[in-house]
Design a protein around this ligand. Structure first.
Ligand code: DX5
Ligand code: ZN
Length: 224
């Protein structure tokens, strides 16, 4: 298991009537990044929010913003989200015809470039962009909604991706997004992930700070 994994709570599960407070809670937590889900109602059935909300979040949140674009033709909005404060910009392989170009476009803005794949997409499809990306996100639910059940087929995919990376001496962040919580985080990390996104598990918990702290500590007992 890799040391120092990253915890990225997903703001989609926050209470938007008191977003400021929830963001302060994240600022005071051991979270490393804040995961920000942008949905367009086309690539996924749901609509969440756009760049103005991301800009507002960035004003309050002191953690780096990990912006997950679940939108068709992400190339149309990369600069907007960078200007809004995104530190990592992740788009979906399935949402563009020009994944390689989008990666370069993201890097040109100075942000880290991430690529995400849906549960049905084989990790082999990442072979030819693996060297170019800073982050690979494996969706462990069908994107569109928080609070869904983790798809366990993600674990062998993670192992396969990890092996692909090791063979080529590459070390992108390997992020898992959807249905992650205290019940499965250890297995997800063991399978090769080093970034855990957790929405409901954090924001819907009675003691969110404790959950973040526990997620952060997983595996630390075995470190030497
Ligand atoms: C799903 C989003 C996820 C979601 C995770 O479309 O990309 O980031 O917010 O939420 P939980 O952890 O509740 O599954
Ligand atoms: Zn997400």
């Amino acid at each position: 298991m890799r040391k120092n994994h990253i915890i990225a709570p997903s703001v989609l599960a926050a209470d938007f009537s008191k977003l400021g407070e929830d963001l302060q809670m994240i600022n005071n937590s051991e979270a490393d990044w804040l995961h920000v889900d942008v949905m367009d109602g086309r690539f996924v059935p749901n609509i969440s929010f756009g760049k103005d909300i991301v800009k507002t979040i960035n004003k309050v949140c002191t953690k780096p913003l990990d912006v997950h674009l679940m939108i068709e033709e992400p190339e149309r909005y990369i600069e907007d989200f960078r200007e809004a404060g995104a530190d990592v910009i992740t788009f979906h392989l399935e949402a563009t015809r020009h994944a390689h170009r989008v990666i370069q476009q993201i890097k040109d803005t100075g942000a880290k470039a991430g690529i995400a794949i849906n549960p049905h997409t084989n990790v082999n499809q990442l072979q030819d962009v693996l060297e170019d990306v800073d982050l690979v996100c494996l969706m462990s639910v069908n994107p569109g909604f928080g609070g869904q059940k983790f798809i366990y087929q993600t674990l062998p995919k993670l192992r396969q991706l990890k092996e692909m990376c090791e063979k080529r001496n590459l070390e992108p962040y390997i992020e898992v997004d959807g249905g992650v919580g205290l019940q499965n985080a250890e297995r997800v990390l063991q399978a090769g992930a080093n970034v855990l996104v957790a929405g409901s598990a954090v924001f819907k918990a009675e003691k969110p700070l404790e959950v973040v702290s526990k997620l952060k500590k997983i595996g630390s007992e075995s470190w030497v």
